[in-house]
Each structure stands twice: as C-alpha cells, then as structure tokens.
Design a protein around this ligand. Structure first.
Ligand code: SF4
Ligand code: SF4
Length: 457
C-alpha cells in the first residue's frame, strides 16, 4: 500500500524528530489536536500490575465496526494526523486491521502499542497490509521483573519474539517501558537489549498510581528517586542509546526542566523543552465504549467530555469543559509547590493525569526533577504517602499526600535503590532480573485497603 502524502515516513521521523506528529504545537484558544490514542477494546491477555485501565475483559458495550469506521471519519474531520491503537490488546478485536486500514486510507498514520503476547506472523502480515507504520512493544524489565509485573508466565519471551518479528518486517519497531522501583535499576540493561533487538526508539514513562498501579504504592517511584533517575537516564542515552542510533523519548510525565531537560526531551531536539500538558490541545483519547477525553490516560469520571456515537468529536474537543479546562488552565489553578514555581507559566504543573492520580486533583505535581532539586538544596526529600485506596474501576485512582523529610546520610549515596552504577552497567539483559523473586513479590503485593478520607467507600 502506498503511503498517503500527508503521512510522514519513518525516515522523516528518525532523521528529523521535530517532524514527529505527536509533538505538534497548537494554540490554547485554537486547539488543533494532531494525535489520537484510541483504546479499541479493553480485552487483554495480560494482567499488568500497573495497568491504569485494569484491562482484562472487554467492556460490556464496545463500539461496533460501523461506529469505529465513523470515528475514523470524525478524526479526519478534526485534522488528526496520527492514530495509535491500544487496548487492552488492540488486535484482540476481530476488526482491528479493518479499522487500521480505514485510518491509513483516510491519510492518517496508524501505529499500535502492544504487550506482544500473541503477535504472530499472521497478525503482523495483517498489520503490514493495513498500512501500520510502527508498533511499540511494552517491555517493563528483564524477564523475571517483566513477567511478575505483567502477571503472565512467558510474557517476556512472547514480547521478545514479537520484537524480533517486527524488526525483521517493514514495520518500525519501537519499545516502551514503565519506570518504577522494579524496573529502574534495570534501565541500563534494558537499553542494551533494545539496541540488540533493533528497536529504533524507546519511550519511557513513570508508573502512575492509577488502576492496578494504585493498589501497589510500594512499586511506585518516590519523588526523590528522580534525583537518581535523571542522571542514570542521561548516562544510558549517551553511552548506550545514541551511539547505537536508538532515540529516547521520555514520556510526558518524566518531568521537568532541570539540567537534563533539553538533552532528554523530544528526542534531544536542540532547544526543546516541556511546554505544558497537551490534553485536548495537541492530542485526544478515545475509549472502547466511545468516551472522548483530552488524553487517553486521564481518569474517565472527571475527564470524559462526550461519546463518539452520541456527540461530534470536534465539538467535544472545542467546547466540553471536561476537555478544554486543561488547556485553559492558568497559574490561578495551580497549588502547592507548583504555584510558586519559576517555570509555572510554561509548565502549569506538568502532566494532568499524573498530578490528578497522585494528589487527587490537577495543578500540583510531585514527580518533577526541578522540584526534587529545589528540595534537595534545602536538605529535604519529598515522600508520597497513600491516604486513600482506589475503588477498583478502570482508570480509577487513590489519593496520596506528600511529606518533606530530612535527607538521611545513607540516602546521599549515589546508588539506585541500593544498586551501584557499576552493578547496573555490568548486568546482562539475558539475566533474569537484578532482583530476587522474593524482592519482586514484595513490590507487587497488593497494599491493604486504607481508610477513605472522603467517606465514600
Ligand atoms: S514544580 Fe510544578 S510547575 Fe514547576 S516545573 Fe515542576 S511540575 Fe512544573
Ligand atoms: S495528561 Fe499527561 S500524558 Fe496526557 S496529554 Fe497531559 S501531559 Fe500528556
């Protein structure tokens, strides 16, 4: 199938990251979202311990094929340039490649994110025929770490086989990783694995306490872990990724500013920096029952502006307060440290999803390297403490608070959760894990339910 002239090629992406569709900039008052992430089913073969949507069974009602094809038409009307199909596991819908083919037929790029559990030769050929240009496989650690996190035996081997198949096909292989206390010290080994398997780009994202992730607070990074995470990431990029042609894309919640901003953000494009949450401004999200949100990750209850089979997507994006209040946010809507921050005018408290799911509302974001550095200067570390459990629904969250504590002497050592850079640099990616099974099981153990401070439980 010939690529549509509006669709950027892989070469464009690799050689000119500034052309990456999903990083297009638009005006707060005249938004033109270019990128859509679309969960086409909630059905999934895996049971990931960090899954925000608690995927597994499909939703009671999911959009029909006809309704999906109408969504594609509406996305073209809105001016969307790239659609990423996700799940659950997108290819568990029978008509997934029909939807993908309609996206490319209408001139939009179509990409897919997958756990790679059952992406065999057959499905890959269907993806090629549909015109999918890029598939991102989720790898959340070395084999034992990945499998305990993904809740499925052999899921590492399956994902690796999928990576090899994609790398050998015309479709571009990319990878994505959840960064949490389980995977963080395995980042250098994972980087080498990506080089060896032919991944062209790597997106990393901090695990957010949403869905099943909210049930396991011990798995989450503490805000002060960013003080170790950022230098490690810079080392990995310089030593392992860039020399081997793998581009690094820290996700929107790997924030913000500080000494590594320009080097790490948007593939290291010269002078690039974070410019605020793009929900409803540069991107939108759709759920498998048709919910329309400014970003697919946002909690559904508070951020759904309408339904694709009842409303016009363009109208929802332009007018629904659940969507457009994010791009119209001002400094008056910020609180806590973020309200006082030097970067607040540009940053506006970073990722809405992350701040809402940690502190219960947007406008104050503890996962920020600038903030962690300011507190470190004052001899403090900021700790996250869970106050309230999540109720157990897709895209739900608990509530945390933060507490500043004096930095202890043993916390000043340059280690990542007790592992030295030398240990991590020597770890072979074919090893099972940097952790013992017992240590990993402690991370994924469900936390006891906590008192609900709202009294609604
Ligand atoms: S402290 Fe808040 S406003 Fe400042 S850079 Fe960090 S997230 Fe952005
Ligand atoms: S909520 Fe976070 S992930 Fe979603 S668009 Fe905003 S910054 Fe990006």
């Amino acid at each position: 199938m010939e690529p549509h002239p509006k669709t950027l090629s892989n070469t464009d992406f690799i050689e000119r990251p500034d052309t990456l569709i999903r990083h297009g900039r638009t005006d707060d008052h005249d938004p033109k979202p270019l990128y859509c992430v679309w969960e086409i089913t909630l059905k999934c073969y895996l049971g990931c311990r960090h899954c925000g949507s608690r995927a597994g069974a499909e939703r009671n009602v999911e959009l029909s094929t006809e309704e999906c094809l109408d969504v594609v038409r509406q996305l073209e009307d809105l001016g969307i340039r790239e659609v990423t199909l996700i799940g659950g596991e997108a290819y568990l819908r029978e008509d997934w490649d029909q939807i993908a083919a309609e996206i490319t037929r209408r001139g939009m790029a179509c990409t897919m994110t997958t756990g790679g559990r059952a992406l065999g030769e057959d499905r890959l050929l269907r993806a090629i025929d549909a015109g999918i240009t890029s598939i991102s496989v989720s790898i959340d650690g070395l084999s034992r770490t990945h499998e305990l996190q993904r809740g499925a035996p052999n899921s590492w081997e399956d994902a690796m086989k999928s990576c090899e198949r994609i790398a050998a096909s015309p479709i571009r292989l990319t990878t994505n990783t959840q960064v949490n206390r389980m995977s963080l010290p395995e980042i250098p080994a994972l980087a080498q694995m990506l080089v060896d398997t032919g991944s062209q780009a790597w997106q990393i994202q901090i695990t957010v306490p949403m869905g099943r992730g909210a049930d396991r607070p011990q798995m989450l990074l503490q805000p002060y872990d960013l003080l170790d995470f950022f230098p490690l990431l810079a080392w990995v990029k310089n030593e392992r990724l860039t020399p081997n042609g793998v581009r690094l894309f820290p996700g929107n919640n790997v924030g913000y500013f500080g000494p590594y901003e320009s080097m790490l953000r948007y593939g290291g494009q010269l002078g690039s920096h974070w410019s605020g949450c793009g929900a409803g401004k540069s991107c939108i999200g759709i759920e498998s029952d048709g919910k329309i949100k400014g970003c697919p990750s946002l909690p559904s209850d508070q951020y759904t502006g309408g339904y694709t089979n009842q409303d016009v997507i363009t109208d929802v994006v332009m007018e629904a307060p659940e969507v457009n209040h994010i791009r119209l946010r001002t400094n008056d809507d910020l609180w806590g440290f973020c309200k006082t921050c030097y970067y607040s005018d540009v940053c506006r408290a970073g990722c809405t999803w992350t701040s809402h799911c940690t502190l219960g509302r947007s406008g104050n974001n503890p996962y920020c390297i600038h903030r962690a550095l300011v507190y470190e200067e004052q001899g403090k570390h900021e700790h996250l403490i869970q106050l309230q459990s999540a109720p157990g629904q897709p895209f739900d969250h608990g509530v945390f608070t933060t507490e500043l504590r004096d930095i202890q002497d043993d916390e000043r050592e340059m280690t990542i959760l007790g592992h030295t850079l030398a240990d991590m640099a020597q770890l072979d990616w074919r090893a099972n894990s940097i952790w013992t099974e017992e240590e990993l099981r402690a991370f994924i153990k469900r936390a006891p339910r906590l008192y609900d401070i709202t009294g609604s439980n």
